[in-house]
Design a protein around this ligand. Sequence first.
Ligand SMILES: Cc1cc2nc3c(=O)[nH]c(=O)nc-3n(C[C@H](O)[C@H](O)[C@H](O)COP(=O)(O)OP(=O)(O)OC[C@H]3O[C@@H](n4cnc5c(N)ncnc54)[C@H](O)[C@@H]3O)c2cc1C
Length: 383
Amino acid sequence: MQKAEIVIIGGGVVGASVAYHLTERGCHDVLVLERESSLGLGSTGKATGGVRAQFETDININLSLYSLDFFNDWEHDCGYDPRGYLFLATDDKQLSYLQTTSLRQRELGYNGVSTVTTDDIRRLVPQLNCDDIVGGTWGPRDGFIDPLAILDGFVTRAEARGARFERTREVSSIKVSNGKAVSVTTANGEIACDAVVLCAGAWASDLAATAGIDLPVTPQRRQIVWAKSSEVLPANLPMVIDMSNGFHFRPAKNSVDEVLFAYADQSEPTSFCTEFDDSFIEKVYDKARHRAPFLAETTVVREKCRAGLYENSPDHHSILGGCEVGGLYFANGFSGHGVMHSPATGRALAEIILDGEASFLDVSSLSIDRFAKGELLHETAFI
Ligand SMILES: Cc1cc2nc3c(=O)[nH]c(=O)nc-3n(C[C@H](O)[C@H](O)[C@H](O)COP(=O)(O)OP(=O)(O)OC[C@H]3O[C@@H](n4cnc5c(N)ncnc54)[C@H](O)[C@@H]3O)c2cc1C
């Protein structure tokens, strides 16, 4: 029977980061199994490429601050571009939320994040309609990353240190014996191992069930409209997020006239559908027209519009660490933040597997136990 010390299921940015961090710690017998013929074809390849530390909970802020430093300092070019995130409030409740959360972000070490007035917002992005805006927040270290470049950086370095990535290798089940994960089953045979790390994104919960674990991760389609302007876009546009409806837009990477826009469509049902629905275009343009009239003048680039899956957990926070099955670990449920949190996630998993707990950051609040204990976290601004 084929053997590996640690088997990682899923070759997206999270599985690759876990492999990178395990091999960095000297654990080289790591095998990553990916069912597709290439890596990154899951949610990683669909992501918008945003990174922010403007979150509500301490754990999300801390995961982001760690990851921002990682992206900034990494010798690999991962496309980190701190253009900033501008959150817009249209009523006092949203503004008070942004004021409270930015205060906490500063307390936790996010220097530079600040509340901004409507006049500040007009100066930052003059093209916005500010008629109904009462203020906002500005996070200058937030910005953009390149999801596939991050994946490539993790894979290349993990492989150089001994990890193996096997493509077209779908895992059908995780075998448990005497309360411990002992192997995984694939179409071309069983692979014995000491530990299994489940990094299968939106598809993780069926695999967890084969080991008898109820992993509360559900798939939800997210769509992005890609458009082109006939004129050069304003320079240095940040990510802009309208708190009233979740509408957000960013300039496309390395482009002066293309832009991506979207919003969190709460009516999307739980499903594995990744087909782009053309009716989404008009819904998003409706919101764009109001908030940023220049976006309404753009033309849709239909072939670049895309849909992927969010891997939602019940409290929109990730699920990290072990469970009641010995040697079975999870890195799932990122609820749309898996690329930006991939560096901290990979390090946390490597420390949990090799040392028993993560010491660089206390991630115990993200353990799967929280659902049984009723200790759910709360984050308002998931976009
Ligand atoms: C439209 C959209 C925009 C987003 N924007 C952002 C953003 O701006 N910033 C951000 O941080 N995040 C964003 N996200 C979320 C982000 O893409 C995910 O959180 C992240 O990619 C999760 O990485 P992953 O490796 O866990 O999952 P994935 O990239 O989905 O990788 C899981 C892998 O597991 C494989 N797999 C599944 N089942 C099996 C099996 N049985 N056997 C073997 N392999 C299997 C899949 O093929 C896949 O390659 C966005 C997501 C979407 C859809």
